[in-house]
Design a protein around this ligand. Structure first.
Ligand code: 6GU
Length: 225
């Protein structure tokens, strides 16, 4: 999978995607991430990519021309499967959306800044608008990093048995059960006996019950659909 990211703050996206599972995905050649500074397509020598909003009001808006030129240049070799705008008024990201995106070949992520991007770009090019939750970030970069991580780890071959997505929270709409490691007794607190029993089927049954119980307690909304 190839993911292109358009941003006014490329520095913000370097480090979060260079470690752990995201690093392995890229080292294995399963994921390639290109971070493009939008100022490369600025309309003047000052690097301008934003302007005042029509109708007045505080806050700048990202201009259509730099974004359009960037999108058109980056689409030339290979059209994008999705052009995604990261914005708090988008559809809230969940595991199902991440699963679907992990099957795509070529994605473009556009990070919004200031008051957002000119509406005409959203209508002409953007195919999907995604938010990562009901709170406001200063820009779309951290949201883009979250999306790349959530999607990248699901690309076939990225996770091994140890890091398998099959036992994650939200897979099957259930939260993950509690986990324990050595020692079996720590400061008087014991690991549940069943986990030490060596009885795989019983362990799986216990984990399933715990997952259901935890989901009932914390996220009953997940059990509704
Ligand atoms: Cl995608 N962008 C911004 N700026 N804030 C957010 C968000 C995105 N998702 C949640 N809050």
């Amino acid at each position: 999978m190839t993911i292109h990211i358009l941003t006014v703050l490329p520095e913000l996206l370097q480090s979060p995607l260079s470690h752990s599972i995201m690093k392995r995905a890229q080292d294995k050649g399963l994921l390639t991430v290109y971070v493009h500074p939008l100022r490369k397509w600025a309309v003047n020598e000052y690097g301008q990519v934003d302007d005042y909003q029509y109708g007045g009001g505080a806050g700048m808006v990202m201009m259509p021309e730099p974004l359009a030129n960037a999108i058109e240049e980056l689409s030339k070799d290979k059209p994008f499967d999705e052009i995604i705008f990261l914005t708090p008024d988008g559809e809230t990201l969940n595991q199902k959306i991440a699963n679907n995106l992990s099957l795509k070949e070529n994605l473009l992520l556009i990070c919004g800044h200031y008051k957002g991007i000119d509406q005409r770009i959203r209508e002409k090019y953007v195919t999907k608008e995604i938010s990562i939750g009901d709170y406001v970030l200063s820009g779309g970069e951290l949201a883009a990093a979250v999306l790349v991580d959530a999607v990248g780890r699901l690309i076939p071959g990225v996770l091994n048995n140890e890091t398998s997505a099959l036992t994650d929270s939200f897979q099957d709409n259930l939260l993950a059960p509690p986990v324990y490691t050595r020692p079996a007794e720590w400061r008087g607190l014991k690991v549940p006996d069943i986990l030490l029993s060596g009885h795989t089927a019983k362990v799986e049954e216990w984990r399933y019950e715990q997952a259901v119980e935890r989901t009932k307690q914390r996220r009953p909304d997940l059990l509704e659909d």
